[in-house]
Design a protein around this ligand. Structure first.
Ligand SMILES: [Zn+2]
Ligand SMILES: [Zn+2]
Length: 256
């Protein structure tokens, strides 16, 4: 199982990255988690053929996680896609995603491939190919939001999308080989971050320690790149195996 970041910033992009989204691939199954930036271009940069995409998980309905969905569907249609595309999310998110697509009349387009909308608030999504399992669970944020775990025979990845630190961690999130956790800023700003539904880099590291993660990659980072080394140091003081995200590269999920 490999994970590739297609973007890693929070709501405001910078010259080096679009908003956070990532791809999980295991064998023939390719899952896009959140849809921002320029997903077709970014998948190509990560060495992934967009035509292989089968499933999209949208963690919540905030604009930085959902806005590129109509463009993604439009491009796949223009490429001649015929296979269904499954879009998974909680009820609120799927409602917004369908509204967004209906604005452009996407489902009415001639020979549009089937869009399969799957509402999942909490639990296992059982329809992925091969051995890959996707489990979602609610996390605290400004709107209904899910975190997720992908697991296969080759490892486990846990992704805590936008969330405050007071998460009721589900059992399945423990012992991930790779934990990807949002970090909106430094510990000194944690009260402000919490007020906006976010966590600090220290809180992400505390989560990694508590969840016995193999390693931690921070994401949903602020647009001020100058903060990154401070955030990394703050997190590493709590959880040494913390890294900043690198776009497009393949993060393997083997034990470290
Ligand atoms: Zn966000
Ligand atoms: Zn959000």
């Amino acid at each position: 199982m490999n994970v590739h970041f297609l973007g890693y910033t929070g709501s405001i992009q910078h010259a080096g990255s679009a908003n956070v989204s990532l791809v999980v691939e295991e064998g023939r199954e390719v899952v896009l988690v959140d849809v921002s930036g320029a997903p077709v271009m970014e998948m190509l940069k990560a060495g992934i053929d967009p035509r292989d995409l089968k499933t999209v998980l949208i963690t919540h309905s905030h604009i930085d996680h959902i806005y590129a969905l109509p463009s993604l569907i439009h491009q796949l249609w223009l490429m001649g896609r015929e296979e269904p595309l499954v879009i998974v999310g909680n009820r609120e998110t799927i409602g917004k995603a369908r509204e967004l697509c209906s604005l452009f009349g996407l489902e009415q387009k001639n020979r549009m491939f089937p869009l399969v909308w799957e509402i999942l608030e909490n639990g296992v999504y059982g329809s992925l190919a091969g051995q890959l399992r996707l489990i979602v669970f609610p996390v605290p944020h400004g709107v209904p939001t899910v975190g997720c775990v992908f697991e296969s025979a080759h490892g486990k990845v846990a992704y805590f999308a936008d969330c405050t630190a007071d998460v009721a961690y589900p059992e399945v999130a423990y012992d991930a080989d790779l934990l990807i956790h949002e970090a909106g800023g430094l510990c000194e700003d944690s009260a402000i971050l919490a007020g906006k539904g976010h966590s600090s880099s220290r809180q992400a590291a505390e989560a990694a320690r508590m969840l016995r993660a193999g390693r931690l990659v921070l994401c949903h980072l602020p647009s001020e790149v100058s903060m990154y080394q401070l955030m990394l140091a703050e997190a590493q003081a709590v959880f040494k195996r913390t890294e900043l995200p690198v776009l497009y590269k393949a993060y393997g999920c083997e034990k470290v």
